[in-house]
Structures are given as C-alpha cells and as structure tokens.
Design a protein around this ligand. Structure first.
Ligand code: C5P
Length: 220
C-alpha cells in the first residue's frame, strides 16, 4: 500500500485548500500535481511551442522538482525557480488541460509524482492520483461540488479568473476544462472505484476537512 492520501476532483472543487489543510493537521507533506501540468504548459507558452504537439525532446529540457518555499510547504520549481502566480492564469489552466491529454506528457510526469511519495506519507492532490498514480493509496477521496458553487469559488480566488470575468464566463471555462479532463482517453478525471466521494457543496472548508479526517480515522 502506498503512503499516500489521494485527493482527486474537478476544477475549483476546493480540493487544494482541503488537501493542504489535511496535510497541516497531520503534519505531512502536501503536493499539488496540477502544478506539473501547468508548468509544462507555461514553459511551452514561453517557448512559443505548440501545446498540442509537445514531444519528449521538449520535456527533457525542463527541470521540474518540488522544493520547500519560504512558508515551508512544497511548491513546484520550474527550471530552478518558483513560477508563482504565473502558474495560475486562465491561459495556463486551459493549456495545462490540453497538454494533460497527451500520453507522453502524462508518462513523463508519472515518474516525478511517484518519485516524490516514496517513503514519506504525503497528501497528493490531482485528477488521477487514486486511479493511476497511486492505485494502492492508503486513502482515496474524490472531492466535488456543484458547477455553480465551483464557479463562485473560482471567482473568489485571487488571480485565477480573468480580470472582469463574469460568473457565467468562469462557469463556462470550468465546464470546458472538466469536459476535456473527463473525456480524454488516458487517465480521465473520475472517482476511483474505491474512493469516497465528498460533495462539499454547502460545506465549509473545516467541515469538509473534518469529514475526510473522520473517515480516515474510522477506516484505520
Ligand atoms: O488542479 P489544477 O486545476 O491545477 O490542474 C490543471 C490541469 O492539469 C487540470 O485541468 C488537468 O487537465 C491537469 N491535471 C491532470 N492530472 C492531475 C492534475 C492535473 O490531468 N493529476
């Protein structure tokens, strides 16, 4: 069994905040795997590369590693630097979803993700952690919320929605990304058969975190 608490779910479901909080409470590492796909898209955009035809040669030019940031948590470094807010723009989010459809990209990033967990216990958050990266994870959760609730949350997050975007526009952007993530042929977004589905609509972050920790305690 892998030393991993897998937290998967669609865009803006609150899973990052929840996963981070669980890691803090349990005093273990937290890894956001969406950053990897975002970093590949960001690097390709910066290099003027066509996102739909990224090849192994391009991936091999990238240096991707998780390192502790000033706050003491693990953040992804791209070519030796923390990309910061550049990873969180709507263009990079859409580009991440596009590069994430490519098997060559997913294969490449699989090793980075498995390499990190190894011996230590980690909360790992993404789309395919419980289904592909760690199918034998110690605990698996699929965190979701209604599309309306997720659009509201995304709009409330600094810098994640385009300037001046309306709720309807944000809802459309999220729906397009979820569709692409769920319909791709490799590692599509879906709950693992043995994951607990947690609908956080109407739940506060604390309530969602308590629900998940409560389930893990009962499962042990
Ligand atoms: O979680 P985040 O919104 O940062 O992820 C950005 C994109 O990266 C997702 O829309 C998805 O296409 C891709 N992704 C993935 N598998 C993961 C994490 C993210 O395909 N484990």
């Amino acid at each position: 069994m892998s030393n991993c608490i897998a937290i998967d779910g669609p865009a803006a479901s609150g899973k990052s905040t929840i996963a981070k909080r669980i890691a803090e409470k349990l005093n273990i590492a937290y890894i956001n795997t969406g950053s990897l796909y975002r970093a590949v898209a960001l690097a390709a955009l910066r290099a003027g590369r066509d996102l739909a035809s990224i090849d192994r040669g391009f991936l091999d030019t990238l240096q991707l590693e998780y390192a502790k940031d000033a706050a003491g948590g693990y953040e992804l470094k791209l070519n030796g630097a923390f990309p910061g807010p550049a990873l969180r723009t709507p263009e990079v989010a859409a580009g991440a979803s596009l590069v994430a459809t490519r098997p060559i990209v997913r294969d490449y990033l699989l090793d980075v993700q498995r390499g990190f967990a190894g011996e230590r216990m980690v909360v790992m958050e993404g789309r395919d952690i419980g289904t592909v990266i760690f199918p034998d994870a110690a605990f698996k959760f699929f965190v979701t919320a209604t599309p309306e609730e997720r659009a509201r949350r995304r709009l409330a997050q600094d810098g994640e929605a385009a300037d001046g975007a309306t709720l309807a526009e944000v809802a459309r952007e999220i729906a397009a990304r979820d569709k692409q993530d769920s319909e791709r042929s490799v590692a599509p977004l879906k709950p693992a058969a043995d994951a607990a589905v947690i609908d956080t609509t109407g739940l506060s972050i604390d309530e969602a975190v308590d629900t998940i920790i409560g389930r893990m305690t009962r499962q042990q």
